[in-house]
Unconditional design. Sequence first.
Length: 79
Amino acid sequence: MMMRQCSFIVILALLAGCAASGASDVDQAQQIAVDYCEREGGEVVTRQEGTTSRQYCHLIEGRVIEVNRLYRAEGLRLH
Protein backbone atom coordinates (compact mmCIF):
# COMPACT_ATOMS: atom_id res chain seq x y z
CA MET A 1 0.00 0.00 0.00
CA MET A 2 2.79 2.43 0.94
CA MET A 3 4.65 1.69 -2.30
CA ARG A 4 1.51 2.37 -4.34
CA GLN A 5 1.04 5.76 -2.65
CA CYS A 6 4.68 6.71 -3.26
CA SER A 7 4.39 5.71 -6.92
CA PHE A 8 1.25 7.80 -7.27
CA ILE A 9 2.96 10.84 -5.74
CA VAL A 10 5.97 10.44 -8.05
CA ILE A 11 3.71 10.20 -11.11
CA LEU A 12 1.80 13.32 -10.06
CA ALA A 13 5.04 15.24 -9.56
CA LEU A 14 6.29 14.21 -13.01
CA LEU A 15 3.02 15.22 -14.67
CA ALA A 16 3.06 18.58 -12.90
CA GLY A 17 6.58 19.19 -14.18
CA CYS A 18 5.55 18.36 -17.75
CA ALA A 19 2.55 20.68 -17.57
CA ALA A 20 4.67 23.55 -16.29
CA SER A 21 7.26 23.00 -19.02
CA GLY A 22 4.60 22.93 -21.77
CA ALA A 23 3.07 26.21 -20.64
CA SER A 24 6.42 27.98 -20.70
CA ASP A 25 7.15 26.60 -24.20
CA VAL A 26 3.86 28.07 -25.46
CA ASP A 27 4.64 31.43 -23.88
CA GLN A 28 8.16 31.34 -25.30
CA ALA A 29 6.89 30.47 -28.80
CA GLN A 30 4.38 33.33 -28.67
CA GLN A 31 7.11 35.76 -27.62
CA ILE A 32 9.34 34.62 -30.48
CA ALA A 33 6.48 35.21 -32.94
CA VAL A 34 5.73 38.65 -31.43
CA ASP A 35 9.40 39.62 -31.70
CA TYR A 36 9.52 38.40 -35.30
CA CYS A 37 6.38 40.36 -36.17
CA GLU A 38 7.83 43.56 -34.76
CA ARG A 39 11.22 43.00 -36.48
CA GLU A 40 9.35 42.69 -39.78
CA GLY A 41 7.74 46.09 -39.16
CA GLY A 42 4.41 44.69 -38.00
CA GLU A 43 2.27 45.61 -35.03
CA VAL A 44 0.88 43.14 -32.50
CA VAL A 45 -2.72 43.71 -31.44
CA THR A 46 -4.47 41.75 -28.68
CA ARG A 47 -8.15 40.97 -29.23
CA GLN A 48 -10.58 39.67 -26.64
CA GLU A 49 -12.55 36.76 -28.09
CA GLY A 50 -15.07 35.50 -25.60
CA THR A 51 -13.22 34.48 -22.48
CA THR A 52 -9.81 34.29 -24.16
CA SER A 53 -7.53 36.87 -25.68
CA ARG A 54 -5.50 36.31 -28.83
CA GLN A 55 -2.60 38.22 -30.31
CA TYR A 56 -2.57 39.11 -34.00
CA CYS A 57 0.31 40.41 -36.07
CA HIS A 58 -0.61 43.17 -38.51
CA LEU A 59 2.21 43.03 -41.08
CA ILE A 60 3.14 46.03 -43.22
CA GLU A 61 1.97 44.38 -46.47
CA GLY A 62 -1.53 44.23 -44.98
CA ARG A 63 -1.60 40.60 -43.89
CA VAL A 64 -3.08 39.88 -40.45
CA ILE A 65 -2.15 36.58 -38.83
CA GLU A 66 -2.58 35.17 -35.33
CA VAL A 67 0.86 34.91 -33.65
CA ASN A 68 0.64 31.14 -33.08
CA ARG A 69 -0.01 30.64 -36.80
CA LEU A 70 2.79 33.07 -37.64
CA TYR A 71 5.13 30.97 -35.51
CA ARG A 72 4.27 27.84 -37.47
CA ALA A 73 3.99 29.50 -40.91
CA GLU A 74 7.42 31.12 -40.70
CA GLY A 75 9.10 28.01 -39.31
CA LEU A 76 10.22 29.81 -36.15
CA ARG A 77 11.77 27.65 -33.42
CA LEU A 78 12.44 27.83 -29.70
CA HIS A 79 16.04 28.66 -28.87
